[in-house]
Design a protein around this ligand. Structure first.
Ligand code: COA
Length: 159
């Protein structure tokens, strides 16, 4: 499979904001009531969101480098590049995620000259955990998100 990365543009962000995942993954749907704020957030360069595009320049997913990948309550003492990622809902569950994840880790390590990357994932989301495990990340911690009862795990990759 061939794909490329590009800084997230407004049109990409508007598509992402409309994406709807089926339960139990609907927790990743953006809220229709906060579209304008979310749009500004997604295209703000300091949040480092990137589009994953296929050879026809169609949006297949997106990812972020940095604080967006963190969840309140997690222990982020280890200095590592945080990664967040999401795929276009029609493409999930078909074994493609690991290809994107692998390329994102490689790009992040090179771009940020870092030895470590980490991903914070909802504990229930075994599918996502499996994908990151397949590209070499290992779970280093588990915590409850501040102000909720939702459990999350932190997985780390070391070069
Ligand atoms: C998370 C995501 C990147 C995974 O990519 P994907 O291409 O959909 O994942 P796959 O279909 O390759 O499934 C990954 C693995 O999880 C397994 N899996 C799927 N559902 C599972 C479940 N409920 N429990 C346990 N394992 C599961 C699959 O069998 C596969 O393992 P295998 O390769 O050993 O067979 C993608 O689904 C996505 O972007 N989802 C959006 C919402 C989301 O989860 N966001 C969090 C991202 S960190």
């Amino acid at each position: 499979m061939r794909f490329s990365f590009r800084r997230l543009e407004k049109e990409h962000a508007l598509s992402i904001l409309r994406w709807r995942y089926l339960p139990p993954y609907d927790t990743y749907n953006f809220d229709a009531d906060t579209t304008q704020e979310d749009l500004c957030y997604l295209i703000d360069p300091k949040n480092a969101f990137y589009a994953i595009l296929n050879v026809h320049e169609e949006l297949e997913g997106y990812y972020s480098f940095g604080a967006d990948g963190q969840v309140p309550g997690g222990d982020y003492c280890t200095k590592a590049l945080d990664i967040g990622m999401g795929m276009q809902p029609d493409l999930v569950g078909q074994g493609q995620g690991k290809h994107y994840a692998q390329a994102v880790v490689k790009y992040g390590v090179n771009q940020y000259r870092t030895q470590k990357c980490q991903v914070t994932i909802a504990e229930f989301n075994k599918r996502a955990q499996r994908v990151w495990e397949q590209v070499g990340l290992k779970q280093i911690g588990k915590f409850v998100k501040t102000g909720t009862e939702e459990e999350f795990v932190i997985m780390i990759y070391e070069v």
